[in-house]
Design a protein around this ligand. Structure first.
Ligand code: V0V
Length: 168
């Protein structure tokens, strides 16, 4: 439904029924309706166990841990209070991963902010229509069987935005 609505907006502009600005606004409105909230912020850390200990001492709780070889990370999800917001601790599992590169260049810190979306394919289509640089042609596997994709920080104000869709 969402992807069909996005293509209708484009076709209406191509047929000169609506201006480029009006079509873009429709795409933005659809994208806005696909956003559910901030799911997590991702912190790059050199050592997962040490980072889990530090954030646990601050009162966060580890709720999930897994290794993702495709992304080259070992990660722990930390709950902040009783709400749904998570902090994702990301340590490199191989020296060529994005997290290893980030740590080399910038050291530990906030590497990404993740938005939960209702339909990740539609969100990526809308973002591309609006000129954002979406990294993957099709979503990849993320934490807890989620689908993930990313918007390149160069097209996004210097912030790496992750898109997350939970399994049904
Ligand atoms: C790089 N840059 C960043 C950045 N990474 N800026 C803000 N936030 C980041 N995270 C900037 C960097 O400072 C450079 O700016 C420029 O982009 C190119 O940097 P680079 O070091 O050459 O980096 P690239 O191009 O090799 O890689 C950047 C991208 C890469 C975004 C393409 O990090 C990537 O593929 N990220 C997506 C995958 C990922 O992050 N996986 C780990 C999390 P200047 O110097 O040119 O100005 S896995 C995960 O989240 C999971 C499993 C999950 O949530 O479930």
């Amino acid at each position: 439904y969402f992807i069909a609505a996005l293509h209708i907006a484009r076709r209406r502009h191509e047929a000169d029924e609506v201006s480029a600005a009006a079509a873009a606004q429709t795409v933005t409105d659809i994208l806005g309706s696909l956003l559910i909230g901030v799911d997590h912020a991702g912190f790059a850390v050199p050592d997962l166990d040490e980072a889990v200990s530090m954030w646990t001492a601050m009162g966060l709780r580890e709720v999930h841990r897994e290794r993702n070889d495709e992304q080259g990370v070992v990660e722990a999800m930390m709950a902040v209070g009783d709400g749904a917001t998570r902090i994702q601790l990301l340590a490199p599992s191989d020296s060529t991963s994005a997290i290893a590169g980030w740590l080399d260049k910038r050291g530990p810190g906030i590497q990404q902010v993740a938005f939960e979306v209702r339909d990740i394919e539609a969100a990526a289509t809308a973002l591309r229509m609006l000129g954002f640089d979406v990294l993957y042609d099709t979503p990849r596997g993320g934490t807890s069987n989620c689908l993930i994709n990313f918007v390149h920080p160069k097209s996004c104000g210097g912030v790496l935005v992750e898109l997350v869709q939970y399994p049904l």
